[in-house]
Design a protein around this ligand. Structure first.
Ligand code: ZN
Length: 168
């Protein structure tokens, strides 16, 4: 899961608060390095739960949170992470065929989807679509969050097609 607008220059997703990811032992892929603000987000993803930050001033949700609320410009948003459904619809996508980070070579090619979550208009996340590069995606295709366990206690949000694959 990857917040919109933070796709790295190399075309690979940069998770919220990832900073300069470093390869984890046993995993060639870079892993997020939580900071104070993003730590609750990554603690939740480790439990396979997706959260978004709610502004205490305007009650809008944001992923990832910044120092200032992007909705009401509050400089003291006092963001609190709360669970979201992880359901949303594809609003854009791309097929990644060349990775500029060697850790992703084994995954190529893969689909990167830009998803608007059901909870709020323009609440967007970018992530891999785990169904494969030939998945039948189009504008509005419903997806739900899934998690890739990339290291011990580290899980990265991604998406899978939601149609007919509902969890009980
Ligand atoms: Zn706000």
């Amino acid at each position: 899961m990857i917040p919109a607008g933070t796709a790295g220059a190399a075309g690979v997703p940069v998770p919220a608060g990832a900073g300069t990811g470093t390869p984890a032992a046993g995993s060639p892929r870079p892993v997020p390095v939580p900071d104070e603000q993003s730590a609750p987000f990554w603690a939740a993803t480790a439990r396979h739960m997706l959260t978004a930050a709610r502004c205490a001033r305007c009650r809008s949700l944001t992923i990832p949170p910044d120092q200032v609320c992007p909705h009401c410009d509050a400089t003291d948003p006092e963001f609190v992470f709360e669970p979201v459904s992880g359901r949303g619809r594809i609003r854009s996508w791309t097929v990644v065929r060349q990775s500029f980070l060697p850790g992703f070579n084994a995954e190529l090619p893969y689909l990167l989807v830009d998803v608007e979550l059901d909870e709020q208009q323009e609440l967007r996340m970018i992530g891999r679509l785990l169904d494969g590069p030939d998945s039948p995606v189009r504008l509005g295709t419903p997806v739900r969050v899934a998690f890739e366990d990339v290291a011990d206690g580290v899980s990265i949000p991604a998406f899978v097609l939601a149609d007919g694959q509902e969890d009980a």
